[in-house]
Design a protein around this ligand. Structure first.
Ligand code: NAP
Length: 553
């Protein structure tokens, strides 16, 4: 028997660290680790020990004898990876030494801003070191960032990573202040006064813009907002979307585009047992949407979505995945690995299908760049320029052919990527939408000098790329820099104590939610969910969340 990694792999590499024969690839540090769509087990090397199964935070590992039918193709997908990337005998095992502070050192205090994946991985790495105390701050009353408010509700296995993060934030060495906004309630400088180091890991919560006429018409919305709405993010508690029209156009074809396409195309009943926000369940129940067009500017060989996500979309009950034969046939891969071919095959097959009576459709369209979003008072259509893609010396260029196509719709979801927002008190690179850094050390400007005691991790550091587990390696790099700076004696000494900080936070923000308060929220949501056979029923307004945080046990 061997093990196999399937859909939902979070790429955090925790399985790699425990595998005694190093049969999982790519490994942190391997050249393709940061770009890998998932991790794979080599069936020829696996010794069936099950260590990866126990370690996987998202239940993506199965024994080959009990892979669920709908995931059976992952047996071949795992094997295909190794057919293209055979393990070399001499590959060294990546080792990790246990980190320690010097025996005689007083407590090292680190503030981590944010509580999403990058922040939780940073807090995990730091708080497992004896003598390190971590303060985690988040502007929302609940932790976990995009794990709570970004991951699709029909991917519950991906949300399982929250259990790992919950254990981290509950450690004795970790103090949590939720519902506290750094920059409004306390400043970065004040955090620095009370800690040896501050790690900014609060994500990228703005949108990339298309920069075309009509982008701000009513009915043109960022997919980020739509995701926040169906996931019960307090910022989107009052949002409404016009779902009366028959067609929705999604611009971009990354995994966010596929997430929103699934949410719109699947029957609302498919989400009834998930933790999708009640307001979204009700709105999707009454939806008139029949077709979701997912429009990409390049061809299917350059699709931004990952193989697991497009495979899952091709196999949904009541949903036809369609593609235009003229946009797909004849497409060739520059690097035809088995997995890249497989990804292309999903679209090739979609191009052979015809719509089924009574089904909704997701139409994957290619070679279309939006040039305007049109309408008098609100969105009525999107006009696209048709492209040709050329690749010269590995450089892909998209050029308009001069032809245009107009697609009628009343709702446009712009899924063209997230962007970081400038942070008060920290340098910001407007061009990349990230904090300038060197291995996680905040610099005074792009290519500049490190600012002592200031660090960053996650999307605000590297941009909005990668999946949840990508943030583990990212956070480890930042923590390594911080510890190297500690060893080099360049971390500033804080002037205030942990008690001083707590006093300051509670004075500025009496509505602060601590670990016990968040656990009361968690219990209340789970209790409400149990009654409906759902993982939880989310409380979606700050007021509801605060009330639950104070409720007697
Ligand atoms: P993304 O993967 O970067 O995709 C952005 C899409 O927008 C691409 O198709 C891109 O096209 C297109 N685009 C960008 N600018 C455009 C423009 N001006 N006009 C037209 N199209 C434009 O971003 P994302 O979907 O927001 O995802 C962000 C990250 O989260 C990704 O790493 C993603 O994998 C991850 N994520 C993962 C999951 C999951 O694992 N289930 C779910 C959600 C998100 P080009 O490719 O041509 O640039």
């Amino acid at each position: 028997m061997t093990f196999v990694i399937t859909q939902g792999c979070c790429n955090d590499g925790a399985c790699v660290a425990v595998c005694p024969v190093q049969c999982i690839r790519p490994r942190p540090g391997d050249p393709d680790f940061t770009t890998a769509e998932q991790l794979y087990v080599d069936p020829a090397t696996c010794i069936d020990c099950g260590a990866c199964l126990d370690e996987c935070p998202v239940d993506a590992v199965h024994g080959d004898y009990d892979v669920p039918d709908h995931l059976a193709h992952y047996l071949q997908i795992n094997a295909d990876y190794f057919a293209d990337h055979p393990i070399e005998q001499e590959e060294a095992m990546p080792g990790r030494t246990r980190r320690r502070l010097p025996e005689d050192r007083p407590e090292l205090r680190v503030a981590v801003v944010g509580s999403g994946p990058a922040a939780c991985y940073a807090a995990a790495e730091l708080s497992e070191i004896k003598g390190v105390a971590v303060t985690v701050l988040d502007r929302l009353p609940t932790p976990f960032g995009l794990v709570r408010a970004g991951v699709a509700p029909d991917h519950p296995e991906t949300r399982l990573v929250a259990e790992r993060f919950r254990a981290v934030l509950s450690r004795r060495a970790v103090t949590c202040f939720f519902n506290v906004e750094v920059g409004r309630d306390v400043t970065v400088a004040e955090l620095a006064e009370h800690h040896h180091a501050v790690v900014w890991a609060a994500g990228a919560d703005d949108d990339r813009r298309l920069g075309i006429p009509g982008e701000d018409l009513p009915g043109s919305v960022s997919a980020r907002e739509f995701v926040a709405w169906y996931n019960g993010h307090p910022d989107a508690a009052d949002a409404t979307f016009d779902l009366a029209g028959e067609r929705v156009v999604v611009v971009g074809n990354g995994n966010v585009a596929l997430d929103v396409a699934r949410a719109l195309a699947r029957p609302a009943s498919a989400f009834a047992t998930t933790d999708m926000a009640d307001h979204a369940l009700a709105a999707l129940e009454g939806s008139g949407v029949r077709e979701v067009v997912v429009a990409a500017r390049r061809g299917p060989e350059h699709a931004a979505y990952t193989l697991p996500e497009v495979l899952a979309l091709s196999d949904l009950e009541g949903v036809d995945l369609l593609a235009e034969p003229t946009e797909v046939m004849g497409t060739r891969l520059a690097d035809p690995t088995r997995l890249a071919e497989r990804k292309l095959d999903v679209v090739r097959e979609a191009a052979t299908r015809t719509p089924t009576e009574g089904h909704r459709a997701v139409s994957l369209r290619f070679l279309l760049t939006p040039v305007s979003i049109d309408g008098t008072d609100r969105v009525e259509s999107v006009t696209f320029a048709r492209n040709v893609v050329t690749t010269t010396d590995g450089v892909v260029t998209v050029q308009p052919t001069g032809e245009t196509e107009t697609i009628e719709t009343s709702l446009v979801l712009r899924a063209v990527g997230y962007r970081g927002r400038a942070v008060e008190g920290l340098p910001f690179d407007l061009h990349t939408g990230t904090i300038p850094h060197a291995s996680g050390r905040v610099l005074d400007g792009p290519g500049g000098h490190p600012l002592a005691g200031l660090y960053c991790a996650g999307w605000i550091k590297r941009g909005a790329t990668g999946v949840i587990g990508t943030n583990r390696v990212d956070a480890i790099e930042t923590v390594e820099s911080l510890l190297a700076d500690l060893a080099a004696g360049v971390l500033p000494e804080p002037s205030g104590t942990a008690e001083d900080l707590e006093r300051l936070v509670r004075e500025r923000r009496p509505e602060v939610v601590d670990t016990a308060g968040w656990q009361r929220i968690n219990a209340a949501e789970k209790q409400a969910g149990a009654a409906q056979r759902r993982p939880r029923v989310k409380l979606v307004t700050v007021e509801e969340l605060l009330a639950a945080s104070h409720a007697p046990a």
